[in-house]
Design a protein around this ligand. Sequence first.
Ligand code: 8YV
Length: 328
Amino acid sequence: MTTQKPVVVVTRKLPDMTETRMMELFDTRLNRDDVQLSQSEIVEACQRADVLVPTVTDRIDGSVIEQAGSQLKLIASFGTGVDHIDLAAARDKGIMVTNTPGVLTEDTADMTLALMLAVSRRVAEGERLIRAGDWKGWGPTTMLGHRMWGKRLGIVGMGRIGSAVARRARGFGLSIHYHNRRRVSEEVEKDLEATYWESLDQLLAHMDIISVNCPHTPGTFHLLSARRLNLMKETAIIVNTARGEVIDEAELTRMLTDNRIAGAGLDVFEHEPAINPKLVGLDNVVLLPHMGSATIEGRIDMGDKVIINIKTFADGHRPPDRVFEAML
Ligand code: 8YV
């Protein structure tokens, strides 16, 4: 570090409590207006910061890292996903990267279940009907959705969030199936009453609900490719609270339009904040603006994690949430 108190540049407005503590501990530069930084402003921030605190909305690519000043030693990201950061470039330049895992698990799992329910039981559609003034009253065959109880849930990515989804889903009477790069321990499988499917193709072909809960990495980009999506049952629904890039969104949109799949609940998109206009016109889709982890409690916990990571680093210790080690 170049100064006693590290220069910490925060790219977005964080909770007041987090910002106040950061101002006390560090030489902190805030973005009070919350206007998203341009690429050149991000580069400029990297030229004066000892520590950069970006979010998912900032693209910290190879070019940004290359132009960063030699004083930049830590990127303490506010969020769990790190697909907005060129990790290899950061590592090559000796810049440590930390994130905020664990504290948004339960909130994201809650939102996953909310989307499953919303799509299965047509919650958003019913709400739209009332607001449009079109509700003519109860009818025995109107607004019929599908029962969740007794159906098969296929979780793609059985990490922290996938497991939290499984725990909740048991309570809704779903049987739990999963695919993961590595099979989880027998103990965890037993605890979650989860069945492992080595073949993702087979999992997709046999489930009623698919939940995407894996991170976006070069290896999971379009993991749910056009070919794989087309293996799903026509009656199946898919929910994504992970990253839009994991699904071939164009093909998913075509399938939803042609009723080759029953519905989708999407909290994340391939080209955020742009949304495929065709998705917006579909009734069998519930769309949310990337709010899976958006709780006040979660954001404060994320802020605490960022502060701990910076403080331990500034004090010459190894911050707890080092991304490179976690990836090994
Ligand atoms: C966060 C997320 O809100 O942490 C993540 O990976 O996707 C979000 O839920 C966002 O990343 C904040 O930067």
